[in-house]
Unconditional design. Structure first.
Length: 451
């Protein structure tokens, strides 16, 4: 990184950032209170609030959102007449999954091979630290030239819509000229990238019932309708022979126009086992950024250990459908539910329940904020040009903000590049990326104020 005062300040603040991220990662802030204590999420929210107050923010408050979680808000006044920029991150995290699969404890930040490991380091507690670093660097070099609003969400990973509903009920709170969503990531380490599209998402719980109770498989198996077998048939119907998603009535042929994703690079990033094929057809970018994708997130059935020779009377699954830009998530949900019902065999009783939904997002890359960000990225990443990419994941708040503030420019950056392995075991963040993106965000705020 070429030497400049902002970059030098960020570099000097990196040890402090590591210490703060260590404290924040220690909170088991999974917003599923059936699995993790609510006090862990409340502790993380209070940590964020205290950090904002210490950095001069006013009106700092944990906001009680309709889904029972808290989002933390703060306001940092800028010069009179300045533009307003909203900075977003979330402090809630995914469950650690199999803790035995972690090389180091998931809620203890651990440095290894030049990266910092721990749940939330990249997604997205690191994003909150990135915002703080950028603002501190500006304060040390002439001041923050815009009004800044910060919102750090408490339930993004659960998709339960708490902050979206709160924003709709308080439309003035998050109003801004530009919005920086710090929950995306570079296409690869060292390649500055803004995410311009996001797939939406719907979550549907499927329940199949066939019998009044389980039956002995020797006495009744062969004629008694097996609910688990019926569920397997239904789930299999959601994919074609090549693995493409096939929901009746849902288009799965769209093409991605933009940065391409080499298949071998994807195999490396996704850690696909040797000789195991990828799913679907078209380019990798088509498949992960422009088309729907169904994933079975979980199945309720007897575990192998302790299983008895029984015909199952009931089975349940949680199904995720990623919805590409241009497709309404509510309509996709209806198509998914209709497909499940139509493909349930043997007259089995089936019920579906939607438990989460978020719309897809597409940014306007012609807005002045994108030039301000490109110029900032060019300084933070010498010799590189800012790239536009899609992201297969969902950030439901983006569409809510776009609807509430249609004139606002929305930019998505962040720390979740492929090596970060977000949502998987051994999630990590590159401290170099944290440093460079903090510099980029600080310079963006300065550029945007002058635009």
């Amino acid at each position: 990184m070429s030497s400049n005062p902002v970059a030098e300040t960020v570099a000097s603040l990196l040890p402090r950032a590591k210490a703060e991220l260590t404290e924040l990662v220690a909170f088991k802030s999974v917003a599923d209170f059936a699995q993790f204590p609510k006090s862990e999420s409340e502790g993380a929210a209070n940590w964020i609030a205290d950090a904002l107050r210490a950095d001069g923010f006013v009106d700092v408050a944990p906001l009680d959102t309709p889904d029972g979680t808290q989002s933390v808000y703060g306001y940092l006044p800028g010069p009179e007449g300045a533009k307003t920029v909203l900075l977003y991150a979330h402090y809630d995290v995914q469950p650690p999954l199999d803790e035995a699969g972690w090389t180091s404890p998931p809620f203890e930040l651990t440095e290894r091979d030049g990266r910092w490991y721990g749940r939330g380091t990249a997604d997205c507690k690191g994003g909150a630290i990135m915002h703080l670093l950028a603002l501190r660097a500006l304060k040390a070099n002439g001041g923050v030239p815009v009004h800044v609003k910060v919102i750090v969400e408490g339930s993004e990973e659960q998709g339960t819509g708490g902050l979206e509903r709160y924003a709709e009920q308080h439309p003035e709170l998050l109003k801004a000229d530009a919005i920086v969503i710090g929950d995306a990531g570079n296409f690869r380490v060292g390649l500055p990238t803004v995410t311009t599209t996001l797939r939406g998402m719907t979550l549907v719980r499927v329940q199949i019932d066939t019998l009044a109770g389980n039956l002995h498989s020797g006495q009744f198996g062969g004629a008694a309708p097996d609910a688990l077998a019926a569920l397997i048939r239904v789930l299999d119907s959601l994919r074609a022979e090549d693995g493409s998603t096939t929901v009746d009535g849902l288009d799965a042929t769209a093409r991605w126009e933009g940065l391409e994703y080499a298949e071998e690079q994807f195999r490396t990033d996704a850690k696909v086992l040797d000789e195991v094929g990828l799913l679907g057809d078209g380019s990798v970018a088509d498949r992960i950024w422009a088309r729907p994708a169904v994933t079975v997130l979980g199945i309720d059935c007897p575990p192998v250990v302790g299983a008895t020779p029984s015909v199952q009377s009931s089975a349940r699954a949680l199904v995720s459908l990623r919805v590409p830009p241009g497709v309404d998530a509510a309509e996709a949900t209806k198509l998914l539910q209709a497909h499940v019902e139509a493909h349930t065999p043997w007259g089995a009783r089936v019920s579906t329940e939607q438990i989460g939904q978020g719309q897809a997002f597409r940014a306007d890359t012609t807005s002045p904020g994108y030039q301000a960000m490109a110029d900032a990225m060019a300084v933070a990443y010498p010799g590189e040009t800012m790239q536009y990419a899609g992201q297969g994941g969902s950030i439901p708040l983006c569409n809510t903000l776009a609807g509430l503030y249609p004139q606002a420019e929305i930019l998505l950056i962040g720390l979740s590049e492929p090596e970060a392995q977000i949502h998987a075991v051994n999630e990590s963040v590159s401290p170099e990326e944290l440093e460079r993106l903090s510099v980029a965000e600080a310079l963006f705020l300065r550029n945007y104020a002058a635009s």
